[in-house]
Every structure is written in C-alpha cells, then in structure tokens.
Design a protein around this ligand. Structure first.
Ligand SMILES: Nc1ncnc2c1ncn2[C@@H]1O[C@H](COP(=O)(O)OP(=O)(O)OP(=O)(O)O)[C@@H](O)[C@H]1O
Ligand SMILES: [Mg+2]
Length: 416
C-alpha cells in the first residue's frame, strides 16, 4: 500500500526516499524517517543485542559480582561458586584478549563439578550462562559413543549449543556447554588401561579430547548421524567453556585411600556421621583421584578446574523453597494468584515439605515433586471454590496431600 504523493514532498533523512516511495514517514523536529528505515534500525538494535553480551565491550563481571549473581539462584555451595566465578572470569578475559601481546598463550580452563544428585550442578552452570549472556546447553555424556558405533557422535554435544545460539555460529563459539554425567564415561575397571576396546567409556573420553581442547568440529545442524550428503556446519570449540558434571559415586573411597584415612575410623559412629565425612573427603579431591576413578589422564588434563558441591542440609532445602528468584513457593503463589487466591505456607508446612524431601535422597530435586503432591488436592479443588481469596497451607495439609495422594475429599473439607 503506497501512499499517494502529499503536497510538499518530505524525504526520509536517512535513505532519502520520498513520501511517495514508502508507506509512512515519521516527522520529528527537522528530521524525517521512513518506515523502512525504522525497521532497519530495529533490526540493527536487535542484532547488536543478540551478538554482544555486555562483557564484550564493557567490563567482564568481576568474580565477586558473578558469585553474587549466582547467590540469587543457587543456595549455599559457596566454595563452588567462588571457583566457578574465577574460572569463568578468566575464561572470558582470555577470549577478549584473543591477540596476546606478549605471545603468552592463555590456556582454556574447563571446569569439573562434582557432587551428589540435585545439589545445584546444572543450576550453577545454567546461571553462569545467564550472567554472561552467552548461549547455554546441556549434553549428556552417556548417550555418546565413538564414531562408528551405535549412539551419538561426540560432535552432537555441540548441536544444542548451536540451537541455543539460534544457529549464530559466532555466538555458539563463545557459549557454555554443560556436559553431564561424565562419571559414567569412566573406564569401567578404573586404574589400568583396558586391553579390550571399551566402546562407551574410554573411547568416548578419547573422542571428546579434541572438542574440549579446541577444534573445528563438523556438526550436522539438526543432529543425528553424519551422512556424506548432509551439509555440515563448522564450529570452532576453542572458546567454548565446557563445564563437566557428575556425581562420581565412590570417589570418596578413592580419596580416602589416597589420604590414608578410613571413612570409618575407630570410634566413628556408623550411619549419620558417615555422610558429612564423605562430603569432607570429596572436597579434598585431586586430579589423580579422577584418574583412579577411571578418567584418562588426557581428559583430566583438559578439565583442570575442579569444584565439589556439598550435600544440602535441611536448612539449605528450606531456603531453596523460599529464597531463590524462582523459588517453588513463589511459583506456587503465582499460580494461585491467577485464580485470585492468595496462598501462604506456615513455617511448619515448609519444614514438613523439607523433611519429606530429605527422605527421597534426591537433593533439592525432590522438593518439586513433594510440593506437587502436597498441593495436588488443593490445586484440584481451589479453582472451583467460589469466593476463596486466601489459603493457608498447613503441615497437616502437606501430610494429607502426600499420604492420601488421590483422595480429594479431605482437602475439600479443609477448604470448606
Ligand atoms: N543449591 C541450590 N540452590 C537452589 N536450587 C537448587 C540447589 N540445588 C538444586 N536446586 C534445584 O533443584 C533442582 C535440581 O538441581 P540441579 O539440576 O542443579 O541438580 P544437579 O546437581 O545437576 O543434579 P544431577 O546430578 O542429578 O544432575 C533444580 O530445579 C534446582 O533449581
Ligand atoms: Mg544435573
């Protein structure tokens, strides 16, 4: 739809086209801009926003700033936060100083996160990507096999990163890739190199070496196996920060052997006292322990920064329910608010949710499912309760919800 010529022809101050050549001209004090130029400007702005995280032009967030940002999302794990903040700060400093004046090649420092399930490994990696505004993706080491065997080629771990960067190769090349379950690709026997070919373990570690260190990888854009006729995207992994994660179950035994201390010494109580001890041992991990666990030296060498995460205490779990930006309690309140219901929890109710979660032994991961179970009946009944404006969740309701998971009657009575 072109506009008819107006009496005195205005021209876009940017492209010079006249009002009759474009759909619309916006006039400011002594300048004019046409709709096409507005569109172009928008694209330029959007592109810039997409391509340049703030640290590329301005300052890279300092380690304490990074750690503080992590505090908003992840509870506890202070040691891991500190180690990660420094590693990430150095990593992005290294990218920025691509051309080394004095010829000192800054080496990449990939990170290993070790800790039990559900204590914040993935969450930490994800949050780091957020603070640095770089693409982030998670890949699972267990689905990988050496090229030529059944399973995914190792290059496929990069596909997700490419997708997270909306196929902008340059952005993907500065992203963070979280490689989960690396403990599962340990050599099964541990220790001595295996004679037979170990398809899922050692071979995969071998195949990952180049990618971790920096190589130009050929990736099938949509993933899947490589076909000769499929077009490939090339991605340089030199500046990608790899964060490896794993539970490394049994590593505490390996460490205790090295430090020559038994997990159960004389007079040490069995059971409860065991666990903090295991965590304390884990915190003393050295690269050589990872070798004994079954990672090959070349792999360990490419992941020089090691951080261990602690098991979460009941107090940590309580704080995780209420404090982080996306805390479950806030999420739940938001959901109910959509129906005009203001939900609150008694402290006892929250403590009960925590206690039920601890029993599951899945760290903070269990909080959500306990919460869902506890709230199921309430969420079922509440939307159809006319005039319900406020709702206080008590410990009793939590118990009922979890125990009689499918009897809605109880809660209906409580609500009435
Ligand atoms: N320290 C923590 N602070 C805040 N939330 C946490 C913390 N630990 C875990 N969570 C929450 O618990 C869930 C699981 O955490 P996460 O995915 O980080 O576990 P993980 O350590 O990677 O475990 P896994 O080894 O099973 O992958 C997430 O929803 C996360 O928000
Ligand atoms: Mg995880």
């Amino acid at each position: 739809m072109r506009r008819r010529q107006v009496k005195s022809e205005t021209h876009c101050s940017f492209c010079g086209r006249s009002a009759s050549q474009v759909d619309r001209i916006i006039t400011g004090p002594s300048v004019h801009i046409c709709n096409e130029c507005v569109k172009l400007c928008n694209e330029v702005l959007a592109e810039q926003k997409k391509q340049t995280p703030s640290w590329e032009n301005g300052a890279i967030p300092k380690p304490p700033e990074i750690a503080r940002f992590l505090d908003d999302y992840v509870i506890g794990q202070d040691r891991a936060k500190k180690i990660l903040s420094v590693a990430v700060y150095n990593h992005y400093k290294r990218i920025r100083s691509r051309v080394d004046m004095d010829g000192v090649e800054l080496e990449k420092s990939n990170v290993m996160l070790i800790g039990p399930t559900g204590v914040g490994k993935t969450e930490l990696a994800k949050t780091l990507a957020k603070v640095l505004q770089v693409p982030f993706s998670i890949a699972d080491a267990t689905i990988l096999t050496e090229a030529g065997y059944v399973g995914e080629d190792v290059e496929n771990i990069l596909v997700g990163l490419l997708q997270a960067a909306e196929y902008d190769v340059a952005r993907a090349e500065k992203g963070i890739l979280y490689l989960d379950e690396v403990d599962k690709i340990a050599r099964r026997s541990g220790g001595a190199p295996s004679m037979a070919r170990d398809v899922s373990g050692e071979g995969v570690q071998q195949a990952l070496l180049k990618i971790l260190e920096g190589t130009v990888a050929n990736i099938p854009p949509k993933g899947g196996r490589k076909h000769p006729e499929q077009p490939m995207l090339q991605l340089n992994t030199r500046n990608i920060l790899f964060i490896c994660g794993g539970a490394f179950e049994g590593l505490d035994k390996v460490i205790s052997q090295r430090v020559g201390r038994r997990t159960m010494g004389f007079g040490a109580a069995m059971g409860e006292a065991d666990e903090p001890d295991a965590a304390a041992l884990m915190a003393q991990v050295h690269p050589e322990d990872l070798l004994s666990f079954g990672l090959i030296p070349e792999f360990v060498g490419r992941v020089p920064v090691i951080a261990t995460l602690d098991p979460l205490s009941e107090d940590d779990l309580f704080r995780i329910l209420t404090e982080p930006r996306h805390a479950l309690v806030q999420q739940c309140q938001r959901l109910f608010a959509m129906d005009g219901v203001e939900v609150s929890f008694t402290e006892e109710a929250l403590r009960r949710i925590v206690a039920l979660t601890v029993r599951k032994g899945t760290g903070a991961r269990g909080l959500r499912s306990v919460m869902e179970q506890a709230m199921m009946d309430v969420m079922y009944e509440a939307p159809s309760q006319e005039g319900l404006r406020e709702l206080m969740v008590t410990a009793e309701m939590v118990d009922k919800g979890v125990d009689h998971f499918d009897s809605g009657d109880e809660v209906a009575r409580i609500l009435a």
